[in-house]
Design a protein around this ligand. Structure first.
Ligand SMILES: [Zn+2]
Length: 303
């Protein structure tokens, strides 16, 4: 599992800071999460292959999270894309994008499939044999969802050393991989667990932006491996959270602590602050393992 942060600052794009967008690589998928203005430029800069993006998850329809989408969709067309593109986002996103395409008479020549969201309950929006994606309903000024990406538990793998030790013939290997017990050369049953190795623990990633402090998300993201939680403000500006429906670094850390996350990544910083290190310092007072997102930063969770 690997995360590339393309942009992680609040509000407007500026010379050195980009609005929200990130790429999560998980079990051979490249999921694009949010698509602020300039996302396609950032994708090129950080050498993310456009052709590997088949699913785009949009949290909400504020410009700093989705103004890059019409441009990216039209670039896909210019690049000759013919594969389906799935877009998950709040109800209205289809109408918004369709209007752009209609007015420019620039319909895509590839299937554009919208999955519009409108419930305030967490729902499963994507599943294959290796990964699930669920929404994380957030509290913001408009209808907003975070997303919870979770690997499925992989099957146990054959332990050839153990099989040899127990005298289990290789003709049984395929069955053992499927979970069947083995039989040794004198006919004794060897339990499958003794002939196989446990898979690595499944990893998960929760993207929670934009939102005010909301403990209702805890049951959905409980024991998450990596939590990305917005921290627009520091505690000194906590009074702005209620009106703007954003969080402080301290509040993000409280969510990480209560959810039993392994790692907290902060982002969506207001540009009013001199240094983003202040966010880390504040969060670490509550939760010990904190990283700062920054544009272009790559987090590899497999190492
Ligand atoms: Zn917003």
């Amino acid at each position: 599992m690997k995360l590339t942060v393309l942009g992680c600052y609040a509000a407007t794009p500026r010379t050195f800071t980009n609005p929200t967008s990130q790429v999560l690589e998980i079990k051979n998928h490249l999921f694009l999460i949010d698509c602020g203005e300039g996302t396609q430029v950032q994708l090129r800069k950080y050498k993310v292959k456009f052709s590997r993006i088949n699913h785009i998850f949009i949290s909400h329809l504020h410009g700093d999270h989705f103004f890059g989408l019409p441009g990216l969709i039209s670039t896909f067309r210019l690049l000759g894309r013919d594969k389906e593109l799935h877009i998950y986002g709040p109800k209205g996103i289809k109408q918004a994008i369709t209007l752009f395409l209609k007015l420019g008479d620039s319909w895509t020549n590839y299937p554009l499939i919208f999955h519009e969201l409108e419930t305030s309950e967490s729902e499963l929006v994507f599943e294959d044999d290796k990964v699930t994606v669920r929404t994380v309903p957030l509290i913001h000024r408009v209808y907003t969802n975070g997303y919870f990406f979770e690997e499925k538990e992989a099957p146990r793998t054959l332990d050839i050393e153990a099989a040899r030790k127990f005298g289990v013939d290789r003709s049984q290997f395929n069955n053992i991989k499927k979970g069947v017990d083995g039989v040794d050369d004198v006919g004794r049953t060897i339990p499958n667990k003794k002939l196989t190795l446990a898979p690595p623990a499944p990893k998960s990633y929760a993207f929670c932006s934009d939102t005010m402090y909301n403990e209702n998300i805890l049951p959905i993201i409980r024991d998450v491996t990596v939590l990305y939680h917005e921290s627009t403000f520091l505690d000194s500006e906590e009074h702005l959270c209620q009106k703007t429906k954003h969080s402080t670094a301290k509040q993000a850390a409280l969510i990480a602590q209560k959810a039993n996350a392994k790692l907290l990544i902060l982002g969506h910083y207001s540009t009013r602050y001199k240094s983003i290190e202040l966010f880390k310092k504040e969060a670490e007072e509550v939760f010990p393992v904190v990283e700062l997102a920054d544009d272009g930063k790559v987090f590899d969770f497999d190492v």
